[in-house]
Design a protein around this ligand. Sequence first.
Ligand SMILES: Nc1ncnc2c1ncn2[C@@H]1O[C@H](COP(=O)(O)OP(=O)(O)O)[C@@H](O)[C@H]1O
Ligand SMILES: [Mg+2]
Length: 214
Amino acid sequence: MLEIHDIHRQWDHRPLLAGVSLQVPPGRTVALLGASGSGKSTLLKIVAGLEAPERGQVRFDGHDITAMPPHRRGFALMFQDFALFPHLDVQDNVAFGLVEQGLGRSDARAQARAMLQRFGLADHARSRVWTLSGGEQQRVALARALITRPRVLLLDEPFSALDAALRVQLREEFGRHIRDAGMSALLVTHDEAEARAMAQSAWQLHDGCLRALW
Ligand SMILES: Nc1ncnc2c1ncn2[C@@H]1O[C@H](COP(=O)(O)OP(=O)(O)O)[C@@H](O)[C@H]1O
Ligand SMILES: [Mg+2]
């Protein structure tokens, strides 16, 4: 289980996170809502290990991982600028994490193709990522995030660059893939409908503190 315990973080001498605690049980998606500038991305970066809190801990399965570097946490990130590798084709983008973990390239590609099949992208395996539509690119980004079976999936406004109809379609689809993968996920969004479609519980970040929404 992912546990965020009493996280404090200042910005510009103002408290941005003032004692934030939150738990994400295995297999559950928890949504984090809040106005722009309320500190949602900062909290996600602290969970990922990209920023450090001034006080408080991030724990996983009871272990304090607050000081552990990002790549050792086994967490996958999917941020709004999805940052696929433009010089790699779709299949190698998806295979990337497996190759990094030491799997041979042909095995990694075979797993990537199986994943792309599940995501309805099999025909695009050899395409350059920039030839795909925005929605297809987000599907590739999720496939790439899930293929290493991360312990936790962190999503920061994953659909904010997409039009409304596509957002509705992708949130159903992504919710299903995340449930199938049995992943703990923390979803940052400012869209309550998106949170309802994807998350089993939700919190609102306001004035540095969390309030339970549902
Ligand atoms: N590295 C940073 N550079 C500039 N501003 C930052 C940085 N980290 C935090 N902030 C400030 O902290 C506040 C919260 O930012 P953020 O966590 O991105 O909020 P949210 O994701 O909820 O919109 C913003 O007002 C932002 O200006
Ligand atoms: Mg943000």
